[in-house]
Design a protein around this ligand. Sequence first.
Ligand code: SF4
Ligand code: SF4
Length: 495
Amino acid sequence: MHSAAANSGVPAQSPAEALTPLYADRVRVYPRAVRGPVRRAKWMILTLCLAVYYLAPWLRWDRGPGEPHQALLLDMANRRGYFFAVEIWPQEVYYLAGLMILAAIALFFVTSLFGRLWCGYACPQTVWTDLFLWAERLLEGDRAVRMQRDRSAWTLGKLARKVTKHAIWLVIAALTGGAWVMYFYDAPTLVYDLITLNPTPGALFFIGLFTATTYLLAGWAREQVCTYMCPWPRFQSAMVDRNTLTVMYREWRGEPRGKIGKGKLLEPRGDCIDCRSCVAVCPTGIDIRDGLQLPCIGCGLCIDACNQVMHRIGRPTDLIAFTSQAMRESKGTTVRDFTGAVRTALLRPRTIVYSAILLLGAVGMLWTLLSRSTYDLTVLADRAPLFVRLSDGSLRNAYTVKILNKSAHERDFALSVTGMPGTTMTIVEQEGRSVDARDGVTLPVKPDSVGTFRMLLHAPGGAVRGGVPLEVVAHPLDGGERAVTHATEFHGPAG
Ligand code: SF4
Ligand code: SF4
């Protein structure tokens, strides 16, 4: 009998293969605590990241009366972003987009140099998981005790520990959610609102949302976020090559691995004694000796673990180390080899391109930020009708003029029109007084606001056919800044 699979050339599945489940239960990871220079560096970076995150909304910045005094604030209600002395208007949101693009390129640059340095040290998922793990160890002990406790029957003591652990996790998560909302809301006001049980529904919703996500992602999901949810490991492989420095096992030194016998390694065995310390401390539960793997976040804790073992058995350290594929192939281990590898890693076409883009982007953004105008002009021509013919035969076009005054004081702006001699201008808000459009009018605009005006332009009949290009020009009368122009058209009957 011929099956459809056989006919189609697809190998037929055995009944056992056909029944292979597509779902596998999670194998819980119990990372063991470890000491060493890498762990110390991780603690320092974790403390710095958390301090910046929780304290930054409390930094004050005096912007004068009526303005928010929070140094870092995204004021969604008033559609304004504050970054110390810089104020970003909705029209300038491209600065935020530019900042994000620069941050992405910086991440590409760091990844091409040092692999998943961001993932292992500064990613919020790593930082908060580490913090939650610290609380877990404090209450439930280290790996072996936790594993044993989780296998044992429920007792009052076990229940009390679990409840306390989750309560601490929830407190950390709530502080995290609260701090996040403070970047969008004045921090002292939010705390006062919460203490007086009077927070806005929006603030409450987002605190709840970020409390829940922090608790679930750092407390429950942990390494699964890095392994299954995060897209970054999937495409970061495009940024690394044989010169990228990352955490690797030096199999040429470690293999053939084998258990140590009576305190001694038996020659010609490699240095790895198969103690699995590197696996026990790994926050994602993998074995670095299996080679480069997607769940490896490059945290380097396995380096500390293995170095402790190497010290104990009297073998050279750095069986697992920050190294590159090239250095691994050349079996280099000395400091000189390492600095040579760093130099090679730095001077590669991809890192040079990334750093050039970063530098140009940063300089360009800084230049536009420093030279940006404190006012802006937009002109919108009426579309329906495009023009009106008046009883004396002249043509009239109407426009909405918006002058944005970003300064903290009221300013007078001169508004005029060039490109159409003989045209008169009327500003509806100025009681219909007509002036020569080239001479223009003076328009006051309140501080930190947009002045909106209706501008009518009149041209003698018969002089205009189709669309005539013209420029609306505005400049502040207090001087100091170049005029801003906006190109538009005056419309008449089709030619
Ligand atoms: S294998 Fe090593 S570097 Fe990779 S995640 Fe585990 S402990 Fe960190
Ligand atoms: S910690 Fe070092 S010696 Fe122990 S299994 Fe890992 S690589 Fe081998």
